[in-house]
Design a protein around this ligand. Structure first.
Ligand SMILES: C[S@@+](CC[C@H](N)C(=O)[O-])C[C@H]1O[C@@H](n2cnc3c(N)ncnc32)[C@H](O)[C@@H]1O
Length: 269
């Protein structure tokens, strides 16, 4: 059997999960460094850890910065130049200079290993292809030292079928109104994949002066499915919590699932 040559993507095709300039500006207004309840959870969970921590998809430094300020040795990478630039600015303003690199989950590489790798805020669901996500779990495994910990927070399966539009506004320090209107445009139950169109707008004196479209593609995991995926990548000691509450088990109303696993001391070769 022969296969047709792949059709080249048109040059103006939308790149999913881009996290461009307006998305970054809104992220910073909505979730500045130190915001969200996961910060205390990570500080407590990582207490006493000996060795460097990697935040994969560190974005604006929302979590990375408070971890640095709590005395942890943290570095980060992200694919978005806008998110990383914001992170670097926030760090410089606080006298911090962590190693930040522009890389993607699919091809990140370090010449040293880590005592822990963190993927908070549902970011892992932005890997919208099953095989690619499994390969990334293996890449995490290979970058952890024996006994190293992987901590990943996932949106629960219900998010796959959420059709409620996301409409919110923020006011910038300059007085512009930033508005997002996000809508699900595709829900594929077979591939557990969801695509949304997030339209960002900047309004000034009642006029639309700028807009940006972010196409967001997610793959949402079942709880047991992700546990099996972690095991398939070689991880052991897998535990699952919920909502960053110590000891809380996942339940019907959980908003975020907190997976933790270890690279065994005697690991996959
Ligand atoms: C929801 S934000 C989370 C940022 C930060 N970790 C936090 O907790 O606030 C997701 C981040 O993942 C990054 N990202 C998305 N896809 C990526 C990929 N394939 N490789 C690396 N980073 C990616 C985005 O640029 C964005 O900064």
């Amino acid at each position: 059997m022969t296969y047709a040559e792949p059709i080249p993507a048109p040059t103006n095709a939308f790149v999913p999960n881009r996290y461009g300039a307006m998305c970054t500006e809104v992220y910073d207004l909505d979730k500045p460094p130190g915001s969200l309840p996961d910060v205390d959870f990570y500080v407590q969970r990582l207490a006493g850890l000996d060795g460097p921590i990697l935040e994969a998809g560190c974005g604006t430094g929302r979590l990375l910065i408070p971890l640095l300020e709590a005395g942890f040795e943290v570095e980060g990478f992200d694919r978005s130049g806008d998110m990383l630039a914001s992170c670097a600015r926030h760090c410089a303003g606080r006298g911090l200079s962590p190693a930040l690199r522009q890389m993607s989950f699919q091809d990140f590489a370090y010449d040293h290993d880590f005592a822990a790798i963190l993927v908070p805020a549902g970011t892992f669901t932005l890997l919208d292809d099953f095989a690619e996500a499994l390969a990334v779990l293996k890449r995490f495994f290979d970058h952890l030292r024996p006994g190293g910990r992987l901590m990943i927070d996932l949106l629960p399966l219900g998010y796959l079928v959420n059709e409620r539009p996301d409409i919110r506004t923020w006011t910038t320090p300059e007085g512009d109104v930033l508005r997002i209107e996000g809508r699900a445009v595709e829900i594929d139950l077979l591939r557990q994949r969801r695509v949304t169109h997030d339209r960002y707008e900047r309004w000034r004196n009642g006029r639309l002066v700028e807009s940006e479209l972010e196409v967001m593609a997610f793959r949402i995991w079942g709880l047991k499915e992700f546990e099996l995926a972690l095991a398939a990548a070689g991880f052991g000691e897998i535990s699952i919590g919920a909502d960053h509450q110590p000891g809380r088990r996942p339940g019907r109303s959980s908003r975020i699932l907190n997976f933790e696993a270890r690279r065994p001391v005697q690991g996959r070769g």
